[in-house]
Structures are given as structure tokens and as C-alpha cells.
Design a binder for this molecule. Sequence first.
Ligand code: AVJ
Length: 301
Amino acid sequence: MGLADDVLDGLTRPFKELPPKHLYDARGSELFEAICSLPEYYPTRTERALLVEHADTIVGDAAELVELGAGSAAKTRVLLDTGRVRRFVPFDVSPTALDETLAAEYPQLDVLPVTGDFEADLDRIPGGRAGFPRLVAFLGGTIGNFLPGTRRGFLRGLAGTLGPDGRLLLGAGLITDVDVMEPAYDDAAGVTAAFNLNVLSVVNAELGADFDLSLFEHVAFFDPVNEWIEMRLRARRAHTVRVAALDLDVPFERGEELRTEISTKFTRERLEADFASAGLVLDAWYEDADARFALAVARVG
Ligand code: AVJ
């Protein structure tokens, strides 16, 4: 669904919500990059260290790398630098300059970019080739953005892309101290707050809405029942927002909250149960010494 449908659907519900994918316009992507190097935001550097440490074992005999939401060149390079991957299939919402950079940097590598939304267009990934075992990478912990039922359906979809001898490489945030998890989503410098509020600018720019960002406050907390971090925007006072393109008036009460993201934190057991429901089995598990982040490798079981 596009932004207009998501806004119409999400802002007319009793509990307002916008899907997190709209956080990533040009400015949002810049802010996310900035988040990745914040002292409080441990996932990116923890995952990267795990990749560096275990790249050879993880890549194993894979000759083809499919990366969903490729984004960060740094992580991709760690996998490509093992020297074994012959074909790279970056899957992203739009073609990126990175595709060409990598093609130039790794002359032996076939780069076959696929454009699409991984929630809807997994079928655009070309079929795997016999003799070219595939590694499908979904890194960063983005799997945590799905609600549990959707996540299982998505994993089942991924299982269908693995092809003969294929494996899935999944990056997942683990449940750790609340005092570690919460600041990662509510940093002292306010970068995450700006990232969260930016989604309102996206709606303003794309749909002619008149959100006043100063009337909303960034909220992030760990929900121990659902075991996820939730990001919300809280209205500082009662007011109504007009969304011109939809001819829609959206009333907010004072203190009313709009959910913008969930970021699920996992245990190994929870992930294994999800894998099982998707017809996958855990092949290997790597986590950092503080057990904050894991790389899980799975195959069709
Ligand atoms: C890119 C989805 C993995 O959930 O940690 C960072 C996004 N949100 N800070 C995450 C995010 C707030 C991030 N993912």
C-alpha cells in the first residue's frame, strides 16, 4: 500500500498508527544513518562486528547473495570480501548508486538489482541456480518491525526464495536490559526523536497535510508483554490536522499517541518457533558477548 492508503487507514483508527516504512524518505534515511553511529544505538555496530567475525563461516559455500533492503554498503562488503560470492542480488525499493559502486569494485561479481517492496514483491527475486547455493540476507534487525503473524508469513515467503541448498541470514535484536534497549530508541542528542517526527513531514510534503511537528513529542518504550520497543508520537495538546490530498481532518486529543514503529526484540526460542512455523530450521546462531544482537542462519527443514 502507498502512503495515502496507509494514512487514510492508519489515522482514522481508534489507535492511530503509521507503518514504519514511511520514515525513510531522503531526510529520514540520513537521520537513520546518523542513528547508526550514536553511542546509544548498539545494533548496527554489534551486528557488524558479528559479521566481520563470522563472515567466512556464514558465507560458507554460498555463490549467490540476495540482500533485502541492501542499504548499508559496509555490511554487504563484509560478505562480498570473503571472495566466494559470484552473483549479488540487491533487493530495494529503488535502485541505488551502491549497486553500480559494488559492480565496479568487484569486477568478478554479477550484480542483478531487483526493485520492489519486500513486503509485497518477494516473487521478483529471480529463481536460484542449481550449483549456486544462495544466501538470503535480511540484516539490521528489520525483521523486528513486523507484527508476529505478519512476521511468520514473511519468513515463510523468504523460505520460498531460498532455492536448492539456500540459507537465510537474519539479523535480530535480542531482549536485553531495558536500560540498554530504551536509550537506543531515545538518544540524548535527539536524533531518533527527529527521525520519528520526520514521518509527519513526509505526510505534509506528500499529501499536503499541516502537521505542526512542535505539537508532537517523541516517545519510545519497551513493552515487556509484546517484547518490543514501540515508537510513538504524542500530541502535546488537543488539535486537528488537515490532510488536504485525502480531504481528511484528523483530530488528536491532548496526550493521544500515534504509533510509528515496533521493533521486536527476540530470544533464540522465539525466533526458532517462528522459523519452525515457516518451515525453516536454525542452522547456526552467533551472538555478541552481551547477548544484545544475534545473527541467525536458517535453512529449509
Ligand atoms: C532499521 C528497523 C532495524 O528497529 O532498530 C532505529 C529502525 N528505529 N531507531 C530498528 C530504528 C529507531 C531500526 N531498523
